[in-house]
Design a binder for this molecule. Structure first.
Ligand SMILES: Cc1cc2nc3c(=O)[nH]c(=O)nc-3n(C[C@H](O)[C@H](O)[C@H](O)COP(=O)(O)OP(=O)(O)OC[C@H]3O[C@@H](n4cnc5c(N)ncnc54)[C@H](O)[C@@H]3O)c2cc1C
Length: 665
């Protein structure tokens, strides 16, 4: 099937407005006759569910947690971008559009990104109206901070809990509709297949995670807001439950999967401490506003710090290498995440790492504490030369900005980051790849939509910080509610979709048979054993640096691991009870297929772009080297096994932005 991205004609800045003016609408009385299934109630799904129900559609919403409040979105710390230009520092819709396309290394669709920048301002108004407590300055106006890869301050935030506060807003809006009976909420339900009737998505099969019951649910359209697949790496900053199953099952039913190899590795995470670990913790990017990243200049100092014979605070300024400031003077510590991550890895690979394993760099607030302390003393008319006072005042300011993050760090690492620099290392954080969607957020299956991190999104090869929340809420509050109406306008006379049909039966039988396989397998190894091994292959061979030889090895190894998994996995208990191991088995089975496609995608993409770094394609000074021939979205069609997947290319055309070297110097 040929890919049609359905980008409207006309000038870039008018496309979205014209499109909205010309698409079909469903009148309020007819919306009452239409059912929409929304799988996922994080920021993307939650905002879509609330808005569609408010519009009058009957919404059935599903999540696997015990409440929408527990979606992974709640973990988002740093903030959300919007081109409000409240700081008067030169921001505009165009500049947000430009930064996002450049940040994604020119691997995203112009029209989608421009629309995202346009609606970004509406998101802030919407959330403020809901009561989201964004940070405010002394005068009561909304405050902003900076995130990597940009030269303006456009990030709105609520301390280090922006995702949580935004989710409370969406959740309240959903609850209003649950109360009105317009949303029927199915907590603790996991979608295990999409049902296609006459070529259209008309329902889903779910498993009630508490009772084990397999259920059929029908609707006139199905929306997937099911989040990202970073946990294919086993260790990531994602919530433990985040998985690819919904997106993968949709892929197997005909939805193309786009750019699976595009993964964002976040530079500021707490380093891995050992084999026992199942989760990595992010230290928000906002910390790079004030923290300076460094390693020792001399190898012998690095060795002494690794062995704990030397403390970082013992090292004088001129013995420290602030490598981001040195290599990228214009952006300094605020270069994009892929650039910062690679630079940290390069230093650690050269032996300058600062923890036991040599895989950590310092994030240091000493200078910020002094700077803020002096400013505070000046404002209060106190002695700016009193070092003790400056420390106290400076720490107070840093605490007010990042207190909860510092506390989290201290709890995990047992070191006080006000007194000694934090140690950080890159970790898997976000997946830019996902279900391919056209301009209307519709997948290659009619009636099947995808929003938020689950789709391949507007972020190209690298997501800038604070742009995922923006995209998820743009999709849910401001894009899908229009575009899905155009599709549903054909369904006003269809009536309820029956579930006692052959299509539902077939899909249910497939789900049941896979569950039976796991329960009856009685192998010798638990699910996590395979997931960990998959994660190691992914990190070592498809991680921060990739090359042809290792990607080929990864494909073979993952395929062999999948075979072993099906033969030898042990799932205790039964299917008709709460059985977390069973749920995990299904998710890991899908990760084992996705992982192979991921490696295949990375192998085919013979260039470096954003988060995808192929060692064969780099400049003399180690920067990513893009290639014109690869200016496309890769969209994979399922053909029975990952090795047989067929590649379709959506060419990316840049008419409003000049494709240049992506320099942050
Ligand atoms: C630690 C951390 C910090 C972050 N900080 C920021 C930040 O400061 N700014 C920013 O812009 N971005 C940030 N991000 C990224 C951002 O949080 C996510 O991209 C975003 O929240 C994803 O939202 P979502 O609604 O698409 O998915 P999620 O919030 O992951 O929601 C997925 C939903 O789908 C449901 N689901 C999934 N599969 C199934 C299934 N099979 N059946 C039923 N339900 C299913 C889940 O139950 C859940 O409700 C951060 C990410 C991490 C990991």
């Amino acid at each position: 099937m040929a890919l049609d991205s359905k980008i409207p004609d006309g000038p870039l800045a008018d496309k979205w407005t014209n499109h909205k003016n010309n698409i079909n609408l469903v009148n309020p009385a007819n919306k009452r006759h239409i059912d929409v299934i929304i799988v996922g109630t994080g920021l993307a799904g939650g905002s879509a569910a609330a808005t569609l129900a408010e519009l009058g559609y009957n919404v059935k919403a599903f999540c696997f947690q015990d409440s929408p409040r527990r979606a992974h979105s709640i973990a988002a710390q740093g903030g959300i971008n919007a081109a409000k230009n409240y700081q008067g520092d030169g921001d505009s819709t165009y500049r947000l559009f430009y930064d996002t396309v450049k940040g994604g290394d020119y691997r995203s669709r112009e029209a989608n990104v421009h629309r995202l920048a346009e609606v970004s301002t509406n998101i802030i108004d919407q959330c403020v109206a809901q009561g989201v407590p964004f940070a405010r300055d002394y005068g009561g106006l909304l405050d902003n901070r900076s995130f990597g890869g940009v030269l303006v301050s456009r990030t709105f935030y609520a301390k280090g809990q922006t995702g949580q506060q935004l989710l409370l807003g969406a959740y309240s809006a959903m609850n209003r509709q649950i109360g009105r009976g317009k949303i029927k909420m199915y907590n603790r339900h996991e979608m295990l297949d999409v049902v296609i009737v006459d070529g259209k998505a008309r329902g889903i099969i779910t498993r009630n995670l508490v009772t084990g019951e397999i259920e059929r649910h029908s609707g006139h359209a199905v929306v997937l807001g099911t989040g990202g697949y970073g946990n294919v790496f086993y260790l990531s900053t994602n919530a433990m439950g985040s998985n690819v199953t919904a997106a993968w099952k949709a892929h197997k039913r005909g939805a193309y999967f786009a750019n699976p190899c595009y993964t964002q590795i976040h530079p500021t995470c707490i380093p891995v401490s050992g084999d026992h670990q199942s989760k990595l913790t992010l230290m928000s990017e906002s910390l790079r506003n004030d923290g300076r990243i460094w390693v020792p200049k001399k190898l012998e100092d690095a060795k002494a710090i690794q062995n704990r014979d030397l403390k970082p605070t013992d090292l004088a300024e001129d013995q420290r290498d602030y490598f981001l400031e040195r290599r990228y003077p214009a952006f300094g510590n605020l270069v994009p995440r892929d650039v910062a991550s690679r630079a940290a890895k390069e230093r650690c690979d050269e032996g300058f790492g600062v923890n036991k394993t040599g895989e950590a760099v310092f994030l240091d607030f000493a200078a910020a504490i002094v700077r803020y302390g002096k400013e505070k003393a000046h404002v209060k008319g106190l002695d700016e030369n009193d070092a003790k006072l400056i420390q106290t005042l400076g720490k107070e300011v840093v605490k007010s900005k990042y207190g909860n993050l510092f506390q989290m760090y201290e709890k995990i690492v047992d070191e006080n980051p006000y007194e000694t620099p934090m140690m950080i290392y890159p970790a898997v954080h976000y997946t830019m790849g996902g279900v391919w969607v056209d301009y209307n957020l519709q997948t290659t299956v009619p009636g099947l939509y995808s929003i938020g991190e689950a789709n391949f999104s507007e972020h190209g090869a690298n997501r800038l910080g604070a742009s995922a929340l923006m995209q998820g809420l743009a999709d849910g509050y401001f894009v899908l509610p229009y575009t899905i109406g155009n599709y549903l306008s054909d369904d006003i006379r269809t009536g309820p979709i029956p579930t006692d049909t052959i299509e539902f039966e077939e899909a249910e039988a497939k789900v049941t048979s896979e569950i039976k396989h796991f329960i009856n397998n009685k192998g010798t190894k638990p699910v996590d054993y395979f997931h960990k091994r998959l994660g190691k292959i992914m990190w070592n061979k498809c991680g921060m640096a990739r090359n042809e030889k290792e990607l080929k090895e990864a494909i073979e190894e993952i395929s062999a691991l999948r075979e072993e998994f099906y033969k030898d996995v042990l799932v205790p208990g039964s299917a008709d009870e709460f059985n977390e191991e069973l749920a995990k088995a299904g998710r890991v089975a899908d990760f084992l297929e996705l992982g192979e496609l991921f490696a295949k995608d990375a192998l085919v993409r013979e260039e470096s772009a954003g988060g995808h770094f192929r060692e064969e394609y780099q400049t003399a000074d180690g920067e990513a080297q893009r290639r014109k021939e690869f200016q496309f979205v890769s969209a994979w069609e399922y053909k029975g096994a990952p090795k047989d997947a067929e590649l379709h290319k959506e060419a990316l055309v840049y008419e409003n932005i000049e494709v240049k070297e992506r320099s942050y110097k």
